[in-house]
Design a binder for this molecule. Structure first.
Ligand SMILES: O=C1C[C@@H](O)[C@H](O)[C@@H](O)C1=O
Ligand SMILES: [Co+2]
Length: 297
């Protein structure tokens, strides 16, 4: 069982308005989004493109609803851009999150990513060469140092269609980066969709996991995506992802391992689907109920 003082429950705005495809949910306002998150019983959020980037405005809107910022995604291009340019962008992102009180910064490597390209996500995942690996690992150690200047940590997001997607990719990344500087974000949905064993990854990297995205997968849609050679974004529109409790992944052992390991941090529901087909409030409530039932919090 989780200790209430160790974990906080959040939800990502991507189910209301999708930053990768802003046309999905463009009608949903920022206020509606955070009000519905709070109504469903969540106290944290990541940032979305409709959120004000003014610290006092954002803090006020969230505190009125007893909410706070857990973290936010940063797209790094360490393999394809000069490190100094990524550092400059990262520092702006870090400083905003610091002002908002977040403790972790989500980093994803988007160099060579096919996440937004219209090609089969399961057939064309990028594979990094030696030089890419050197740039990536050196750059991540540097971003980790920059985060720690503000007593924050980076958590690396493995992701479909990127150079860090599979268990092997994660193993290599974890072994080639400094464990005191680079931590891992554990996203159940991306591992399960990729055909990995999420529980094995969780068990192996528990001490390095400092942020969790809870995302479920509809396996029938995942296999249709594979057969039809769909892109990542088309897979999302087809409904490959859903909230915990509504798909095929069993979260119970994940909750148990996290709780037994004394995990401290956020459990953040992140389940992008088309809001026209899956009402965001309804699905947030399904997730909240499932977490209460299976994780006891
Ligand atoms: O953490 C995430 C952020 C999104 O922008 C991304 O595409 C999604 O799948 C995800 O896991
Ligand atoms: Co995620």
């Amino acid at each position: 069982m989780f200790k209430k003082e160790c974990v906080k429950l959040g939800i990502a705005p991507i189910a209301w308005t999708n930053d990768d495809m802003p046309e999905l949910g463009s009608e949903n306002t920022f206020e509606q989004c955070i009000s519905e998150m709070a109504l469903a019983g969540f106290t944290g959020t990541e940032l979305g493109n409709k959120y004000p980037r003014d610290v006092s405005k954002l803090k006020k809107a969230l505190s009125l609803r007893n909410m706070e910022v857990a973290s936010a995604w940063f797209s790094a291009f360490l393999t394809t851009m000069p490190l100094e340019e990524t550092e400059q962008e990262f520092i702006k992102h870090r400083d905003f999150l610091y002002e908002m009180g977040a403790k972790v910064i989500v980093v994803s490597e988007q160099g060579h990513s096919i996440q937004k390209e219209n090609i089969s996500v399961l057939d064309h995942k990028p594979v990094f060469n030696k030089e890419d690996w050197e740039k990536l690992t050196k750059g991540l150690n540097k971003l980790g140092e920059l985060a720690q200047e503000k007593e924050m940590d980076i958590v690396f997001h493995h992701h479909m269609g990127t150079g860090i997607q599979t268990t092997d990719d994660i193993d290599k990344l974890m072994s080639q980066t400094d464990p005191s500087l680079v931590y891992l974000l554990f996203d159940t949905g991306h591992l399960y969709f990729s055909g990995e064993d999420p529980l094995a990854v969780l068990k192996r990297y528990l001490p390095r996991i400092k942020h969790v995205h809870l995302k479920d997968v509809r396996l029938d849609i995942a296999s249709r995506v594979k057969q039809a050679g769909l892109s990542f974004l088309d897979a999302v529109k087809e409904g490959v992802f859903t909230v915990p409790g509504d798909g095929d992944f069993d979260f119970e052992p994940v909750f148990k391992w996290l709780a037994d390991s004394d995990y401290r941090g956020w459990l953040l529901v992140e389940a992008e689907q088309d809001p026209a087909k899956a009402n965001p409030l309804e699905y947030a409530q399904i997730a909240r109920k499932y977490i209460k039932h299976k994780a006891g919090i």
